[in-house]
Design a binder for this molecule. Structure first.
Ligand code: CA
Length: 228
């Protein structure tokens, strides 16, 4: 009698514990399935690329957009690893056009880099992509990436390597912020497309959860190409 009384709460506890464990297992399985599914974001419209620096055939059927920040180490890595593959596999064959939109997540320095790049794009469009890459090349090592480096002096120094860029014009443009409207246009797009991290990569209207997943970028491009 005494034993039976003591057993009941024990049995109940075992059952409760089992139920809790089963619940946790079910939850873990659900989460696991969840992580296999796509968290790419779909937008009704792809970002407009008129007036943005663009590589490739303007009539290419698919558009890839990078939302990037000159002060972002991951953007530098993306530019060195994923970008060359994308250019060789899709831009050069005329299937994709690629555009870059400025993100100003690192304050004044991002702004300086963006104002300079927009001016170079206006003044000497054929030098834009080389200048763009060279700015990224001047990023300090990742562990020091918060150090001040993306200054007016730095962008002027970089631009001085391109004979077609008029340095006095660039200096004046930086002083007067003549390209602020272009930078603000990009900021509006960053907001509209809910950009949370850089780089953010869009294939037509789809923003990738993982910008470094080149297989996914390829499969989205192929899907869009087949849809055309
Ligand atoms: Ca722009």
């Amino acid at each position: 009698m005494k034993n039976k009384k003591n057993n009941s709460p024990f049995k109940a506890m075992v059952i409760v514990t089992l139920v809790v464990i089963l619940g946790l297992v079910a939850l873990a399985v659900m989460n696991n399935n969840d992580s296999n599914s796509s968290h790419d974001l779909s937008f009704e419209k792809q970002p407009p690329v008129e007036g943005q620096p663009l590589i490739g055939d303007v009539n290419a059927p698919v558009t890839v957009v990078e939302f990037g920040d000159f002060k972002c180490p991951a953007c530098k890595v993306w530019g060195e690893t994923i970008f060359p593959q994308l250019i060789a596999d899709y831009v050069e064959p005329g299937k994709v056009k690629f555009a870059y939109i400025n993100v100003l997540f690192h304050g004044e320095e991002s702004k300086t880099g963006s104002l300079a790049a927009e001016h170079v794009f206006k003044q000497s469009p054929e030098d834009y992509w080389a200048f763009h890459k060279e700015i990224f090349n001047h990023q300090p090592p990742t562990q020091n990436h918060d150090d001040l480096w993306l200054t007016k002096d730095k962008v002027i120094e970089v631009a001085s390597n391109y004979p077609k860029i008029d340095i006095n014009q660039l200096k004046e443009s930086l002083e007067k912020e003549t390209e602020i409207a272009e930078v603000e246009k990009d900021m509006v797009l960053v907001k509209e497309y809910k950009v949370q991290l850089t780089p953010s990569i869009m294939v037509n209207g789809t923003m990738l959860e993982d910008p470094f997943d080149y297989e996914k970028i390829k499969s989205l491009i192929e899907k869009e190409l087949q849809g055309k």
